[in-house]
Design a protein around this ligand. Structure first.
Ligand code: TXA
Ligand code: MG
Length: 329
């Protein structure tokens, strides 16, 4: 049976007004953020949040990020300590999600999937900010792709992945960062990176290091999640699942050259059918990564190969996504 196509409206006053009306009526809307497109719903409306899980086919144990306009609103939903405040002030609005102890609030229980913590972020993108303002609601928004699939960086990726499960997509072109937000958990004085992203480990270190008492030289207490470790016993951020962000075709990483049946994605000196960045620029590579995987999936080749990408800066987040995309259960 054919699913109806979603409406795709260019970003503007009319699109935002229509989207805000849908949100207030308990519906879902796909909207760009600076990282990837999100599938937004009123986070205080349990039924609306259930629609998000259903549209993605997401297991309900996997909690959602709540988007709010500013830190003051975030502080009504979660308990901030000094380090959480420092990170928020340094990187909000922007591609950082903080996982913090949850406060009693109007957020629907389904958003946090029964956890004692809540994931919050203040987005920078004009479309998401306009929707927050026009709807007047905190917005629960996971990436707008079917569960386990590649995150969408353009409106047509959303339409291809979710089809008629989403009635309205606001199109504001390709996203600026191309990769999902960095997730940092700050609970009981311990800081841990749960998902690598555009805010790099070094950037987080730099902020936390400034908070130490003068003259005491020791490392800020920051546990690093190493994607090469064994899987954690409990899922702290299901982006940690070994197989995630997966294209439909087999993906070979760290490939110096392509086999005849492979669509080759190059980087820097390693050429391909296309390249993440001919000049070896990692920010550009992050922006192009998911788009390249979508294209590789749609190509006439049976398999995908991708050149080595250095593991520095945002390269850490890129390699993390690539390992999961290459993993087969
Ligand atoms: O850039 C982004 O973060 C995008 C845009 C739309 O904001 N959103 C996004 O959402 O990537 P999603 O649902 O695809 O990924 C959110 C991750 C999931 O892996 C989820 O398990 C984790 O955040 N998460 C949410 N709440 C959590 C919590 N309380 N504790 C630990 N992890 C949590
Ligand atoms: Mg996702």
């Amino acid at each position: 049976m054919d699913r109806p196509n979603p409406r795709i409206l260019p970003y503007g006053t009319a699109a935002i007004a229509e989207a805000a009306e849908l949100i207030r009526a308990g519906g879902v809307v796909a909207v760009p953020t600076e990282t990837v497109y999100g599938l937004a719903a009123d986070a205080t409306n349990g039924e609306a949040v259930a629609h998000v899980y259903a549209a993605k086919g997401r297991p309900s144990f996997n909690p959602l990020i709540v988007h709010v306009p500013d830190r003051a609103t975030a502080e009504t939903l979660a308990a901030f300590d000094a380090r959480a405040r420092a990170l928020a002030d340094a990187f909000w609005p922007g591609p950082l999600t903080l996982v913090l102890p949850k406060r009693e609030s109007a957020i629907a229980g389904l958003v946090t999937a029964g956890l004692e913590t809540i994931a919050i972020r203040v987005p920078a993108h004009r479309a998401m900010r306009a929707l927050l303002e026009a709807s007047g609601k905190p917005l629960a928004a996971p990436s707008a792709n079917a569960s386990g699939g590649i995150s969408p960086t353009r409106a047509d990726h959303v339409a291809a992945s979710l089809g008629g499960n989403v009635p309205l997509i606001i199109d504001d072109g390709a996203t600026e960062r191309g990769i999902e937000s960095t997730i940092v958990r700050e609970v009981f004085g311990s800081t841990k990176i749960l998902r690598h992203g555009p805010i790099t480990t070094d950037m987080i270190h730099a902020v936390l290091a400034k908070m130490l008492p003068h003259g005491i030289a020791h490392e800020p207490h920051l546990e690093r999640f190493d994607a090469s470790d064994d899987e954690p016993d409990t899922i702290e951020a299901p982006g940690q699942l070994a197989s995630h962000y997966a294209p439909r075709k087999p993906l070979r990483i760290d490939a110096p050259r392509a086999a005849p049946d492979e669509w080759m994605i190059g980087f820097g000196p390693t050429p391909g059918d296309e390249t993440l960045s001919a000049s070896g620029d990692l920010d550009e590579a992050a922006v192009r990564l998911f788009d390249a995987l979508h294209r590789a999936d749609a190509s006439d080749r049976a398999k995908i190969a991708i050149a080595p990408v250095p593991d520095t800066g945002i390269g850490e987040a890129i390699n993390d996504r690539l390992r999961r995309a290459a993993h087969r259960d």
